[in-house]
Design a protein. Structure first.
Length: 558
């Protein structure tokens, strides 16, 4: 056995040890190939409207021309603050064609968060949905942004101003484009671009494609520098990994990718958006995945889905809605779970109800994002995140920086061509995160077995220390979630004068008759004394990130 890379012997037949991205000089060259090959196909369906690959190519060139007409050049930053709408794809590819760096912005950001990210990235331009323009208007004068493009849901797709609930539920007022200084609407930008000659910027693999900001889970949000090669390689890695199951496609020529997660998040951007285009697939944009009854109606209307990426909380919410029994997905090839740990109870129920397993993977914004994935042909829940993907090395380091033996916990560290080059304008943070020999220190605690399978124990900073004993929230959450009556749960550590820290669990009820006593008795049966929650609190809901990951930090006392 290769003791340096034991996982290679576990690869499914056909999965290469290494992937080669040298065919493409940049994402743009890959997109050019895609547009030439699949011009007649539709690339996106949203609210019953379609956009073809040919139209996307044409419109993205116009946006490229417009951006260049503003005087923006290679390396300038263009921020995109859009949900999953046609304009996101057009703007993202157009900015890349212009040689600019895309700064993805969460549309739900507060004014403070938006001001920080725009200024930290030094964005010169912002493309924003009008429903969120009031947030930008409140801080526009404090930012580096010189040019603003404002779009609406009705532009390009004939909605005539119809507003989707998820876009406006937090919006108090609208700010029309004309009231923002130096602003222009999206349609006008396209018109200007159509009158210019297309001159794509020549790019190299090492040129920066995205500044992808982390959620700030370990402090101030940082911009991960992701090059064209980082994204290209990761798309090819995922493609190679899924190939064994994609070969089972007997349902038609074009793959259908469900896009319920936001494309401004790295998981959906790479594993759904860019990969979907790479495969000549069609992306189904879900108007509002947080509206579970509406999402289920969408799934009933669209039974022909082949690739279904999501996070544990979304799978769980779907499974616990009575109408999900009406959903039939006869052509489902792969369900991919990422962004947070997939719980056993969720995975097993999904397999029972859909006939397909959840293929759990692992990665971070800094790894573009996929680093490990379970084998695509696996049929059962494994409890681990699989093997390092092609061209990737994973090691487990102890606190002393020395690699630990198989089966021992330590920090998961990743090296590969998909790993970021560093954090934007933060050399000290970069030096802390990347070892001298190129391994990215994930901040996650895990165990690797002798075959190369890695199990995530928890975030290093989420670990709870009770009287000197390590307690990992993921372990407790995974077990407590199996208790009938529990819909969701989250575990944190809270200060305790006797034990240093104590365990506290927050629970969202599925059964209103669930009590603290029932939970306490269940934990007494399943956990040794120091792991048992000392405090139990019921909540109507738990705080979540934009992709549905439960945010423990928002539950901690200030």
């Amino acid at each position: 056995m290769n003791t340096l890379k034991p996982w290679l012997e576990q690869y499914s037949p056909g999965i290469p040890a290494e992937v080669d991205s040298s065919k493409y000089s940049s994402l743009n060259s890959m997109f050019d190939e895609v547009f030439a090959t699949y011009s007649q196909r539709n690339v996106v369906e949203y609210m019953g409207k379609m956009m073809s690959y040919r139209e996307l190519d044409h419109l993205s060139k116009q946006i490229c021309n417009f951006i260049q007409s503003l005087g923006l050049k290679k390396g300038d930053r263009v921020a995109i603050m859009l949900p999953n709408v046609f304009q996101y794809q057009i703007a993202m590819i157009g900015a890349l064609k212009a040689g600019c760096i895309v700064v993805n912005v969460n549309p739900q950001y507060t004014a403070r968060e938006l001001e920080y990210q725009l200024n930290d990235s030094g964005a010169s331009a912002l493309i924003i949905l009008e429903n969120f323009a009031h947030v930008f208007a409140s801080i526009q004068s404090k930012t580096s942004v010189k040019h603003v493009v404002v779009t609406s849901l009705g532009e390009l797709i004939g909605f005539k101003g119809k507003i989707v609930d998820f876009v406006v539920r937090h919006v108090k007022k609208m700010v029309p484009a004309w009231s923002l200084p130096n602003s222009i609407n999206f349609r006008k930008a396209l018109e200007i671009g159509s009158k210019e000659t297309f001159h794509p910027t020549q790019l190299e693999p090492h040129d920066i494609a995205f500044l992808q900001y982390t959620g700030g889970t370990t402090g101030v949000s940082k911009g991960a520098i992701l090059t064209h090669k980082n994204i290209l390689v990761n798309v090819l890695q995922i493609e190679a990994w899924l190939d064994p199951v994609l070969k089972q496609n007997k349902f038609g020529e074009q793959l259908v990718f469900l896009c319920a997660l936001p494309l401004y998040h790295i998981f959906a951007l790479t594993a759904c958006g860019v990969l979907g285009m790479r495969k000549g697939g069609i992306l189904l944009f879900v108007p509002n995945p947080k509206d579970i009854p509406g999402f289920i109606k969408f799934l009933i209307k669209h039974p022909k889905i082949h690739i279904f990426p999501a996070v544990n909380t979304l799978f769980n919410a779907l499974l616990n809605h009575p109408d999900f029994t009406k959903v039939k997905l006869p052509e489902l090839l792969a369900t991919v779970g990422g962004g947070m740990a997939v719980q056993r109870v969720v995975a097993e129920k999904w397999k029972k109800m859909t006939g397909k397993p959840i293929i759990e993977g692992y990665g971070l914004t800094e790894t573009a994002p996929v680093a490990c994935v379970n084998l695509a042909l696996n049929q059962d829940y494994t409890g681990n995140v699989g093997l390092p993907v092609s061209s990737t090395e994973v090691i487990i380091l102890g606190d002393d920086g020395i690699e630990v033996p198989f089966g021992m916990p330590g920090e998961i560290c990743i090296r590969g061509p998909q790993v970021m080059t560093g954090y934007w304008n933060k050399p000290e943070e970069t030096a802390k995160a990347i070892t001298s020999d190129g391994f990215f220190k994930s901040g996650d605690i895990g165990i690797m077995d002798e075959k190369g399978f890695t199990k995530i124990i928890d975030r290093k900073k989420d670990m709870i220390l009770v009287s000197g004993f390590n307690v990992y929230p993921n372990e407790l959450e995974d077990i407590i979630a199996t208790l009938p009556g529990v819909l969701e749960c989250a575990v944190i550590g809270v200060p305790d004068e006797n034990s240093g820290e104590a365990v506290k669990v927050f629970i969202v009820k599925k059964d209103p008759l669930l009590t603290e006593q029932i939970i306490s008795e269940f934990c007494k049966e399943n956990f040794t004394n120091y792991k048992r929650p000392k405090y139990i609190e019921f909540r109507a809901e738990l705080p979540k990130s934009n992709v549905g990951k439960i945010l423990r930090r928002h539950l901690r006392p200030n």
